[in-house]
Design a binder for this molecule. Structure first.
Ligand SMILES: [Zn+2]
Length: 112
């Protein structure tokens, strides 16, 4: 189900909308105050997707907002996807680096 979560910028209500692929330009209206200024949130449903699913859904040409990076599992995925598109084999070394970036260990190394 193409479910998306939105936050109304006027009243901060959070709600879920079904947006079908051909309804990309659909105007999302807040159910509480009927405001049209809404922000898309990272869907809680996406937390249950496999990494492969998440990879396939990344559009490397689309701008990503801050909320994308609030989920640290997204860190590295974008780069991975981009590399796939470019046909670059990042190998296992890349996974290591991503893992370090996710856990913050990458910063430890720079401190030495
Ligand atoms: Zn509202």
């Amino acid at each position: 189900m193409p479910l998306f979560e939105y936050e109304c910028l006027a009243c901060h209500a959070e709600f879920t909308e079904i947006v079908l692929p051909w309804e990309k330009d659909k105007v999302i209206v807040c159910p509480r105050c009927h405001g049209r200024e809404v922000k898309k949130l990272v869907s809680s449903f996406s937390y249950h997707q496999s990494e492969q699913d998440r990879l396939s859904q990344i559009d490397t040409r689309a701008p990503r907002d801050e909320s994308y990076y609030r989920d640290d599992r997204n860190i590295g995925l974008w780069a991975k996807k981009r590399a796939q598109e470019l046909g670059v084999d990042l190998g296992t070394k890349f996974d290591e680096v991503v893992e370090k970036a996710r856990t913050g260990k990458i910063f430890d190394e720079y401190d030495k």
